[in-house]
Design a protein around this ligand. Structure first.
Ligand code: SAM
Length: 372
């Protein structure tokens, strides 16, 4: 993958193989997890077999997206048919059941969640459950037509936006749309006016694509007083263009920023947090978060569980196993049965993603079909 020309080269086209992926793992469709041992059932606490407590639910509410980011989804990516997706009632049920077994934080994601027609109603229902933290990840492109103040009032605590370059032509090439950084700058303003604080902005850093902008992202964090989070490229792209050389590792990102600004590590972060966080030594506003699942895996402290828009429980982002909740929901399962399903599913969570191992193979689903 290379969007950025080398010195003396013309602007290179986006060189990604086009592959149509089917979003469902053929091997695990319709499967239920094996029974977890009795010790897995602890009141108000969701455990896995490696001693981790699961507190964070990433709930994907759509696999649709209005972008086709080069690191995520090919232009001809096929969505699941609408009938295959869960209903609003199902999402709310799973959030409520999740809370009953110990989920404290919920992040709404996708696909692009603002494409979900009942989003405002869903936020109201999720807000009423009373999570310690209710957040949403969005590309921000549609926020100008969303009732942000209503969402804030209804209990949405935080918004995370995505912006992978500060250069308009590059944003257009990465997202394969006509969008520009101005869209996200406008979204930051709208979110702040509606009372969202802090506002996080994610950028996936890729070799040859945007790795010359790392320190500029720090400028952006300072200028807009946001938490800028730089993410290592993960093998979750539908074109399977990921390779080790395309990853810009945390050390390199920190050096690039450190050469321009002094960074001071922020202590006291939640150990299960995906990011290592810094403030600027000169007291400027804004913060930097580095998310380094490839070079500094944080699996040992992972507290996450994912439910996809088509009702699969994925214990790990890189799971090859996923468990079919949809059939149970459609059969009218009780809350207790659904809770047991989550307990059994999470007991199968793998110890680590294994990206660094020779045996690693990426999952069949892209990030957009899992929920980032
Ligand atoms: N559409 C929303 C958005 O753009 O933020 C939410 C879904 S998106 C899949 C969630 C996050 O996953 C984004 O911040 C995106 O940059 C990140 N992401 C997607 N594919 C990735 C990959 N291959 N490696 C690292 N991060 C990725």
């Amino acid at each position: 993958m290379r969007l950025r020309p080398k010195a003396g080269e013309e602007q290179a086209p986006v060189t990604l193989a086009l592959t149509i992926l089917h979003n469902e793992s053929a091997t695990t469709a319709g499967r239920t997890p094996p029974d977890a041992p009795a010790r897995a059932r602890q009141p108000g606490r969701l455990l896995d077999s490696h001693g981790r407590t699961i507190r964070d639910l990433r709930l994907s509410i759509t696999d649709r997206c209005n972008y086709r980011c080069v690191y995520c989804m090919d232009p001809d990516f096929r969505y699941r048919p609408k009938q295959a997706l869960l209903s609003l009632e199902h999402y709310v049920t799973m959030a409520r059941v999740g809370a009953s077994v110990g989920i404290e934080k919920l992040r709404i994601t996708g696909g692009e969640p603002t494409l979900y027609p009942q989003l405002t109603e869903l936020i109201r229902e999720l807000g009423a459950i009373g999570f310690a933290d209710l957040a949403m990840t969005t590309n921000g492109s549609l926020l100008d037509r969303m009732p942000l103040e209503q969402w804030r009032h209804d209990g949405l605590d935080r918004l995370t936006l995505s912006l992978d370059s500060l250069k308009p032509e590059r944003v257009a090439a990465i997202t394969r749309t006509a969008t520009s950084p101005q869209t996200v700058i406008a979204a930051i303003r709208l979110a702040r006016n509606a009372g969202f604080d802090p506002i996080k902005v994610n950028a996936v850093v890729m070799r040859g694509v945007n790795d010359d902008e790392i320190a500029d992202f720090a400028d952006f964090a300072r200028e807009h007083a946001i938490d800028m989070r730089l993410i290592e490229f993960m093998p979750l792209d539908s074109s399977h263009a990921w390779n080790r050389d395309s990853v810009v590792c945390a050390d390199e990102m920190l050096k690039a920023i450190g050469d321009r600004y002094e960074l001071v590590a922020l202590n006291g972060a939640d150990p299960s947090s995906t990011s290592v966080n810094f403030r600027f030594g000169d007291g400027a506003p804004g913060r930097i978060g580095i998310i380094a699942p490839v070079s500094r895996p944080f699996c040992g402290a992972c507290s996450r569980l994912r439910i996809t828009a088509d009702g699969k429980v994925r214990p790990c982002l890189f799971s090859h196993e996923e468990w079919d909740l949809r059939a149970l929901l459609r059969d009218g399962a009780t809350d207790d049965q659904l809770a047991q399903f989550l307990i059994d599913s999470m007991w199968t969570k793998q110890a680590g993603h294994g990206i660094g191992t020779a045996q690693f193979t990426p999952p069949a689903r892209t990030m957009s079909a899992i929920g980032g």
